[in-house]
Design a protein around this ligand. Sequence first.
Ligand SMILES: [Zn+2]
Ligand SMILES: [Zn+2]
Length: 232
Amino acid sequence: MDALIPPSCLLCGAPGSVVCRPCWRALPWLEGCCQLCALPLASGDCCPQCLKQPPPFRASLCLWQYQFPIDRLIRGFKFQQQRAAATLLGRQLGLAFSQSLAQRPLGDWPQALVAVPSHWRRRLLLGQQHSYILARQLARQSGLPLLPALAKIKPSHSQRGLSRRQRQRNLAGSLALRRPVAGAGIVLVDDVMTTTSTARAASQVLLDGGAAWVEVACLARTPELHDQSRQG
Ligand SMILES: [Zn+2]
Ligand SMILES: [Zn+2]
């Protein structure tokens, strides 16, 4: 594995590590954010949209704001298949996830991790199973099982010009439940959460299948509100 890790910082080129210490510290760590959808917030812990219409998932764990230079690392992970970036970011999310579990009573632990089917977004036809790679990392670090509960059964049509309700139906209709989830607390794993429509649709499919609750774990969150035309 070490042979695959480049000997210099992916961001500044300094020798010695995949991301050097100064670059790591300077990453856009997500601090104040909505407890439900992880939208970056200057104050408070719930964004106006979630107050008005809470998402079907009950919380989100997210590490970074999706902006420079974390976008470069994630793009590298997704599109150039940079294993070193994937491993680094996945490990950090796995660490944060395991720490968050350790602070919860056992009765409130999830029963399984589920990766968002990765070819939801057409651009990912070019990429690898990024959400699955992340979910596998979280499973390894937390000891929770990774359940292949969601399958993509048809391509989601373009979301452009559709109302929120139509978008939701469009996305949810492209997914099928492949494993029983009745009664289970589920953590849905994705790389970047943009509008939350993907996470909402996937959560709804799991809840319709009887899941007790759904939470989201992702690497980064864009600073967008929920209901815009971009998919994700
Ligand atoms: Zn650096
Ligand atoms: Zn929110």
